[in-house]
Design a protein around this ligand. Structure first.
Ligand SMILES: [Zn+2]
Length: 368
């Protein structure tokens, strides 16, 4: 959901011209994060997220404000260096006694959810839409917001209603300005960029409200598989509602100095089945999710590998999926039917700070 610049430009133009084309990505992000809030099991974290639901939801679109209207901070704001700088700021410069502490955590977790959701959505769901429908990322991002808004009543978000008159209301702009400054980010006009970008997002949301009724049918014809499966498919709204909750719980532990495993989830889950055993399809991929950015150089065929029947190694390739929290393994040849595959992630793999995982992580998946 990263190519928002053109989508937003089209949205603004569409609103101005009253034409039928338009934009977004944010409706799906906010829906995934809302699902994630209800899926969180840690009671303290859940209460924090519920008390600040509108901040979390609106923050779930925040990184894309950095692509809008010629802004420059979009890509940077999707990824781990920004997340960790933001965490450091909250811990070291703000602290739990600050009146805005909780709201900042809510915004941080919303923004982190966005980057994580992009990794999984783009590399599980959009790849499948491309295989099934030939659709592109733009078709999916702008198109499915239209479909989703109509089908699930997402035009009635209280977060969006609160932005009327001030699209920066739910975003801690002054704190973010300091986070970027501490990270040495090269945008002296970052405050102006943020305020303008947030206005673009708000306009795109309002534009989707106007246009989704007419646009949805066009989208359903263009990407029928995508439009029929964006809720339930791997990498879709329900799946990311579950994974994002687990990701938040891992990050929450880290914020509270509680040890957390580097691998926090997989797809398929342990003991789960691949949808397909056919090589070259996303449905035969094995996916591993990391609570912290991994050190790519520590991931090799010796440290992450898959064995099949009789312990034979399965040849395949890694897809880095933007190289932060998701690693995808794709088999080089069709997998044997009715088989079990054991996946090993060795203790020696490291996170971006050089910390080794410490113990092996193993799970298995089944071929249909
Ligand atoms: Zn994005």
């Amino acid at each position: 959901m990263r190519k928002l610049i053109c989508a937003i430009a089209v949205a603004a133009a569409a609103l101005a011209a009253g034409s039928a084309a338009l934009a977004a990505g944010g409706t799906l992000h906010m829906f995934m994060s809302e699902k994630a809030v209800s899926n969180v099991s840690d009671p303290e974290l859940k209460r924090l997220l519920e008390r600040n639901r509108d901040i979390v939801l609106w923050a779930s679109w925040y990184p894309d404000s950095g692509y809008a209207g010629g802004n420059k901070y979009g890509e940077y704001s999707h990824w781990s260096e920004f997340h960790n700088g933001y965490i450091d700021y909250i811990r070291n410069d703000i602290g739990p006694s600050h009146p805005e502490y909780e709201r900042l955590i809510a915004h941080l977790l919303g923004a982190m959810a966005h980057g994580f959701e992009d990794q999984v959505f783009d590399h599980l769901f959009i790849e499948k839409v491309t295989e099934a429908d030939g659709g592109t990322q733009d078709d999916v991002d702008r198109g499915l917001d239209m479909v989703c808004m109509g089908e699930h009543g997402r035009n009635e978000l209280s977060a969006a209603a609160r932005l009327k008159g001030n699209p920066a209301r739910l975003t801690p702009v002054s704190h973010l300005e300091k986070v970027y400054e501490k990270l040495g980010a090269p945008w002296p006009d970052i405050r102006r960029q943020m305020i303008s970008g947030l206005r673009f997002l708000y306009l795109a949301f309002e534009g989707t409200k106007i246009l989704h009724k007419n646009e949805s049918e066009i989208v359903r014809q263009k990407i029928p598989w995508g439009a029929a499966n964006y809720m339930q498919a791997p990498g879709g709204v329900e799946h990311l509602g579950r994974l994002t909750a687990l990701y938040w719980e891992a990050r929450w532990k880290k914020l509270n100095d509680i040890p957390v495993d580097l691998v926090f989830a997989t797809y398929p889950e342990n003991g789960g089945a691949l949808i397909s055993r056919r090589a070259g399809t996303v449905d035969s991929s094995i996916n591993i999710f990391f609570s912290e950015k991994y050190d790519q150089s520590s991931i090799t065929p010796e440290t992450v590998f898959v064995t099949g029947p009789n312990g034979a190694r399965i040849d395949g390739a890694f897809h880095w999926s933007y190289g932060h929290n998701m690693l995808q393994f794709r088999p080089a040849a069709d997998l044997p039917a009715d088989s079990r595959f054991d996946v090993t992630v060795k203790d020696s793999i490291r996170d971006m700070f050089g910390a080794p995982m410490g113990k092996d992580y193993t799970f298995h998946v089944l071929a249909p």
